[in-house]
Design a protein around this ligand. Structure first.
Ligand SMILES: C[S@@+](CC[C@H](N)C(=O)[O-])C[C@H]1O[C@@H](n2cnc3c(N)ncnc32)[C@H](O)[C@@H]1O
Length: 298
């Protein structure tokens, strides 16, 4: 069980907190006012930093439209970060109740601090979430990458992806949509640098994190969701990484004071790895729109 607030927790939860419970002040410096930790939609010619907030809002609004979530009664955000999607759903798109799940207690503190009575954020894992009634729509924006451990066998990983889509099927109304951004990996060229960098990501920054292949996702949602759209938007994420690196470079001394040299250096290295692997097509960032099929969840 991973429903947790202050109790001792399992290594999977600790791994997430290692990354996501760096202070909110540090994340504010890194992510800027948008407080989105995922790709954005820049238009050609726009400046990475000047247009960062606009690019993130564009992404959110596009996702809301694709999910048909405007004016909905209840919407779920799985891996809800600092609550920017939840806030926009309720303040701009007329959603009545926006529920988020995250494993990070500092993220929950941040979202609670927004004082938005239409938002409910819970510190619990996606598989533990229960709803009194199904949601009209759901989002999972660059969070699924954390949900399946690399230490599992290939067969167990497939079963875990299936569990994720089964849980989403249970939580969303028939005909409702799940809109995701999710990174996938291609078979990378096995150069020394790539091997070292991928090892660093997996051992030091995101312990146990498993980046799937696209076919894992399409195969394991079969029968539960109709795949309505798949688009590779890897530049949306590489640009965001470059914008965050520029934020960090400009205020590096402050960042070190908020955390320490080791944390800042770790972030610089991992963001640079993400940026170049996305630019080189080693990682992808797929936007997937899935429509929940009729029928009971078994
Ligand atoms: C890269 S952040 C993305 C946050 C947000 N969706 C955004 O776009 O800004 C990944 C999020 O997934 C959450 N997360 C990781 N593992 C989780 C789990 N097992 N259950 C629920 N949330 C989880 C993290 O706490 C974090 O909020």
């Amino acid at each position: 069980m991973t429903t947790v607030m202050n109790r001792p927790v399992n290594p999977e939860v600790e791994a997430i907190r290692h990354h996501y419970e760096v202070s909110n002040a540090f994340y504010r410096l890194l992510l800027g006012p948008a407080m989105m930790y995922s790709g954005g939609y820049w238009e050609d010619g726009e400046d990475l930093r000047a247009a960062h907030e606009t690019a993130q809002e564009r992404k959110l609004d596009t996702f809301v439209e694709l999910a048909g979530a405007a004016g909905a009664a209840r919407v779920l955000d799985i891996g809800s970060g600092w609550g920017t999607m939840l806030d926009r759903l309720t303040t701009v798109h007329g959603v009545d109740r926006a529920v988020g799940v995250t494993l990070s207690r500092t993220q929950k503190e941040f979202v609670d601090g927004l004082g938005n009575p239409k938002i409910d954020v819970r510190v619990e894992s996606w598989e533990d979430h229960r709803a009194e009634e199904p949601y009209d729509a759901a989002f999972c924006v660059n969070a699924l990458e954390h949900f399946v451990l690399s230490s599992l066998t290939p067969r167990e990983r497939v079963a875990r992806f299936r569990e994720f889509f089964t849980q989403c099927h249970r939580l969303i109304k028939p005909g409702g949509r799940l809109v995701m951004h999710v990174m996938t990996v291609e078979n990378p060229p096995l150069t020394r640098q790539i091997i070292d960098d991928l090892k660093f990501l997996q051992r030091e920054e995101f312990p146990g994190c498993y980046i799937p292949h696209l076919h894992h996702l399409t195969a394991t949602c079969e029968g539960l969701f109709e795949v309505t759209e798949i688009r590779n938007e890897r530049e949306s994420f590489s640009r965001a990484c470059r914008a965050w690196l520029e934020n960090l470079a400009e205020r590096r001394a402050e960042a070190v004071e908020l955390e320490n040299e080791e944390v800042v250096a770790r972030f610089e290295r991992y963001l640079d790895i993400f940026a170049y692997t996305l630019e080189d097509g080693i990682f992808n960032n797929f936007r997937m729109v899935l429509t929940r099929r009729e029928g009971e969840t078994r």
